[in-house]
Ligand binder design. Structure first.
Ligand code: 13P
Length: 249
């Protein structure tokens, strides 16, 4: 059985103080919750404050991005070993906003996953189609290509703890959640691609999160589907009370 992972992506929200307060509030609210993994990915400048706030809780810490080199002349970038040293256990890679606004490609995603592994971080690799691609019935081909290219060259042991996040771009921050049937269909397809590439046991073990307008009111419906193993939550993860409701769906 796959342990559900509920992850909060705080994007470019909250100062260190604000993030520390929210994380401490969340830790209090979900104290004693079992059978779930929880992770929050605050901005880099808030990692230190959140690390302190979640100490002793079940909440893990994630980066929202990393560079593929471990150090060097790359102004403005953060490396895998830096994230690990800052207390991170996870790192989000290839979020659609990074792909849309910052030039990330399947190739940079592939390099970043290698870098995450080298730094002992669990990569949370994001994939998903745009609205135009869905309307043109390219959803499956887009997902297939993102998975194959993102995971190209990896052996079974390289993806053993990798988490996939299916985030249809048209559902992010729009209030338009994919229906649970739409999400399940995409997740089942994603698992079938992982099976073709890495075999049945790897596919059965891999966690595939859904992201895109997840809220307390739709999380239970989504989690009831066979191939949905958790959520990557944006807006609704910013308030401790709301996010705690999602974690404890
Ligand atoms: P929203 O939950 O705000 O739609 O964002 C989803 C997302 O992009 C999480 O990474």
């Amino acid at each position: 059985a796959r342990t559900p992972l509920i992850a909060g992506n705080w994007k470019m929200h909250k100062t260190g103080d604000e993030a520390g307060d929210t994380a401490a509030d969340l830790a209090r609210r979900i104290a004693g919750v079992t059978g779930r993994e929880v992770m929050i990915a605050p901005p880099f400048t808030a990692l230190a404050a959140v690390k302190i706030a979640i100490a002793g809780s079940i909440i893990g810490l994630g980066g929202q991005n990393l560079h593929w080199e471990s150090s060097g002349a790359f102004t403005g970038e953060i490396s895998g070993p830096m994230l690990t040293a800052a207390g991170c256990t996870h790192v989000i890679i290839g979020h659609s906003e990074r792909r849309q606004f910052f030039g990330e490609t399947d190739e940079t995603v592939n390099k970043k996953i290698q870098a995450a592994r080298a730094a002992n971080l669990v990569p949370v690799m994001c994939i998903g189609e745009t609205e135009a691609q869905r309307e043109a019935e390219q959803t499956f081909s887009v997902l297939d290509k993102q998975i194959r290219n993102g995971l190209q060259g990896f052996a079974l042991q390289d993806i053993s703890d990798l988490v996939l996040a299916y985030e249809p771009v048209w559902a992010i921050g729009t209030g338009k959640t994919a229906s649970r049937e739409q999400a399940q269909e995409a997740h089942a397809f994603i698992r079938s691609v992982v099976e073709k590439l890495f075999g049945g046991p790897a596919a059965a073990a891999m966690r595939i999160l859904y992201g895109g307008s997840v809220k307390p009111s739709n999380i239970a419906d989504l989690m009831a589907m066979d191939d949905i193993d958790g959520a990557l939550v944006g807006g609704a993860s910013l308030e401790a009370a709301t996010f705690a409701d999602i974690v404890t769906y």
